[in-house]
Design a binder for this molecule. Structure first.
Ligand code: SF4
Ligand code: SF4
Length: 333
């Protein structure tokens, strides 16, 4: 028997609510999450990285070989002026490994876009990257780098042996160029918990980081961004191994904070994957959940309505727990 068309349409237009939407509906009455305004385009240039961190939601590593092609980059550069957004964030993997990284930065700056690069920091120590930092400084590119603790042991456990010392050396070199000191050259650091807990208060932790990194290593940074681990990728595999996945999900649900909803990053940004597919955020990108518009491709970027319906899932609870979480840190004080 063929399904009744009215019921079929109801089922397809109202899929069962995930835990995030249930909490949102309970506190706001809204059953869907919508975008607000397009402020940032996040461009994921590829999955190769010089590191292989435990918490990496992309699963990046030195063995990955996905890179954004020249054709996709050209499509993207054609769409960006039409999309009317002010900020571009380059991410990966290690975005600096993309063969057209520097020409891309030059083109983006020529379009008067503010550019921020998510860096693993230690890339600056690679022999063929000696001129990278001066190049970034000359183009006034902002940096945000992973530094999950101010203690060597904790960083090396999460990101690989020697990463802490390498990151300190990279920050020292960046400081020498003005990064983290000159307000025009921001160098933000990213903290994420080492396990299945919520991040501590961002302002207090930032003060601790500043004190510890200054006193122990004589280095400076601009701001600290605290990010909640999302139960996807390698972090999820770790949780499963330890039998902690369910408890972590419960922790996130119990910490649901409706005040974070207004500022969720997906409401103000779109992510572009190396193959030209569009996503509401980098986490949906990692999970392969594309944007819910008829043509989720980079060639249609400028025509995507700011108020699109955002594709959500249980993983969204990590963005709305406690003080909230985004690629730029906590969402509410
Ligand atoms: S530095 Fe970033 S992209 Fe590279 S493996 Fe670590 S978390 Fe993933
Ligand atoms: S995971 Fe992505 S889609 Fe979900 S709330 Fe966070 S930013 Fe939005």
């Amino acid at each position: 028997m063929l399904p009744d068309p009215a019921r079929l349409s109801m089922l397809t237009s109202h899929p069962p609510m995930n835990a995030f939407l249930r909490h949102m509906a309970r506190s706001t009455g809204a059953s869907r999450l919508h975008g607000h305004s397009l402020e940032t385009i996040q461009i994921n240039l590829g999955a190769r990285c010089t590191l292989e961190c435990h918490h990496c939601h992309i699963g990046a590593s030195p063995r990955r070989d996905e890179f954004m092609s020249a054709e996709i980059l050209d499509d993207l550069l054609a769409q960006l002026p039409l999309a009317h957004c002010r900020n571009v964030e380059l991410t990966g993997g290690a975005p600096e490994l993309h063969p057209r990284f520097r020409p891309l930065v030059e083109r983006l700056r020529a379009l008067s876009l503010r550019v921020r690069v998510r860096t693993n920091l230690v890339i600056h120590l690679e022999p063929d990257m000696r001129t990278l930092a001066p190049f970034l400084r000359d183009h006034q590119v902002a940096l945000i780098g992973s530094m999950p603790c101010y203690l060597e042991e904790n960083v090396d456990r999460q990101r690989g042996e020697g990463t802490f010392r390498g990151s300190i050396e990279a920050i020292r070199r960046l400081n020498a160029l003005g990064y983290g000191i000159d307000p025009q050259l921001p160098l933000d650091l990213v903290y994420n918990p080492g396990g299945a807990t919520l991040p501590p208060d961002q302002t207090r932790l930032e003060a601790q980081y500043r004190l510890q990194l200054r006193e122990r290593h004589g280095i400076e940074f601009t701001h600290l961004a605290t990010i909640t681990n999302m139960s996807i990728g390698r972090f999820r595999a770790d949780l499963r191994r330890k039998g902690e996945e369910e408890a972590y999900q419960t922790l996130l649900e119990e910490a649901f904070n409706p005040q974070t909803l207004e500022r969720l990053m997906c409401r103000h940004q779109i992510s572009v994957r190396w193959d030209g597919q569009l996503f509401d955020c980098d986490f949906n990108l990692a999970l392969g959940i594309p944007i819910t518009t008829p043509e989720p491709r980079v060639s249609a970027l400028a025509s995507i309505p700011a108020t699109r319906t955002i594709a959500t899932g249980n993983h969204c609870l990590a963005c709305s727990a406690g003080a909230g979480s985004s690629c730029s840190g906590a969402l509410v004080a």
